[in-house]
Design a protein around this ligand. Structure first.
Ligand SMILES: [Zn+2]
Ligand SMILES: [Zn+2]
Length: 380
């Protein structure tokens, strides 16, 4: 009893001292931003809005580096605003709660994924699919927070975040907090389409693209009892695929590996973030097989699919796209992952501009296995 009181007192004291408020109630924050397209990461000081009645404030412990962050920094998906603090894979600890907050208390672990708000009343929001909000989901960074004075949102490569409790994810105490952050984007983005496709025991599943998303996809599909084949363009990851439970690894540049795959899969998940030929995977689907697409390459490299390939080959096939997951499903994914010990393989780096720049280069060069996570506590 005494011990927990001391702990609570320490946490409250930490909350009060670590994150002071400005006169206008805003909370000073610091992190790493790029100041221009393709820029380098440099320290950046900014503020977060005050903790509202339904908000929680999180001290960020770990932030994952998602391939999308690179697309934003490189303006691959259109113009961006700078300075930009990327990061939508956030794991931390609650340091303050608004007076009407019911799901969190100070000291709890909490996570934030790709979005921090939505209208809450459109058809999509009513179905717990806030990512498809008809008025637009508010992104964790490079977003405009219309419920907080239209402030420009800044992401997780920083020390703190203030978020509505409804858009925060509860992280169980027994979770491996060093590895939780990438679940909030890479995890849910691969989990959701696997669930949408109804993957079940004995299904033949392919996962194309063995990066941050793909290495989560293989783990979820294997956990459901599917027979998983991993596709990538290199020999280097062959052992990793088998270690993660895949029954086969296909190097698509190796013609031998590619033999005998036509019409063999129930479901293929494409996580590929670069130019590729979707028809190649379509041909591998059985009758009524499904291709779920989550990888989004740069606009200049966007793959296309001819309708002829859907109608003519004599095998009814379905193609669908999927974007992250709603908050309810993200919570399900997180609980499922922790309960089944499914985590990303992470390399933890220090919070520094040069370190983040180097990690970006390694992601571009395909040298990451499988997710970089920034230890935000090491920020000076
Ligand atoms: Zn992401
Ligand atoms: Zn909505």
């Amino acid at each position: 009893m005494k011990k927990s009181l001391i702990l609570a007192a320490t946490l409250i004291f930490t909350a009060m001292t670590a994150f002071a408020q400005n006169n206008d109630g805003r909370i000073p924050a610091k992190g790493f931003a790029v100041y221009e397209e393709k820029g380098h990461f440099k320290p950046y000081e900014f503020t977060r809005h005050a903790v509202g009645d339904h908000d929680i404030q999180i001290e960020i412990l770990y932030a994952g580096i998602c391939h999308s962050d690179l697309h934003h920094v490189f303006a691959d998906w259109g113009a961006e605003e700078y300075p930009m603090v990327p990061g939508h894979e956030i794991a931390g600890r609650v340091v303050a709660v608004g007076k009407d907050v019911t799901r969190f208390k100070v000291g709890d672990y909490a996570g934030i994924g790709c979005m921090i708000g939505s209208c809450r009343h459109c058809d999509a929001c009513e179905q717990d699919l806030e990512q498809y909000c008809e008025e637009g989901a508010i992104m964790t960074y490079h977003g405009i927070d219309r419920y907080n004075d239209n402030e420009h949102t800044q992401g997780g490569y920083s020390n703190t975040y203030v978020v509505a409790e409804d858009f925060a994810i509860k992280v169980p105490d027994n979770a491996d907090i060093t590895k939780v952050a990438p679940l909030l984007c890479a995890g849910i983005t691969s989990y959701s389409p696997i669930m949408q496709a109804g993957v079940k025991k004995g299904d033949k599943v392919g996962v194309a693209g063995f990066g941050g998303l793909g290495h989560m996809g293989v783990q979820y599909a294997v956990s459901l009892g599917a027979e998983v084949t991993m596709f990538d363009i290199t020999e280097e990851k062959r052992e990793d695929a088998l270690r993660m439970g895949a029954v086969r690894y296909v190097n698509v540049n190796n013609p031998e590996d590619m033999k005998g795959l036509d019409k063999t899969f129930d479901f293929i998940l494409s996580t590929i973030p670069a130019k590729y030929e979707p028809v190649m995977y379509l041909k591998m689907l059985k009758l009524d097989g499904q291709l779920g697409i989550v990888g989004l390459p740069a606009f200049r490299n966007m793959p296309t699919l001819s309708v002829a390939e859907l109608v003519m080959p004599g095998a009814r096939r379905k193609v669908f796209g999927s974007q992250i997951g709603g908050i309810k499903e993200t919570q399900e994914m997180l609980d499922y992952s922790v309960a089944n010990n499914i985590y990303p393989e992470v390399e933890i780096i220090k919070a520094g501009g040069a370190e983040i720049d180097k990690a970006y280069q390694n992601v571009l060069d395909g040298k990451v296995k499988f997710r970089y996570v920034i230890d935000m506590k090491t920020m000076k």
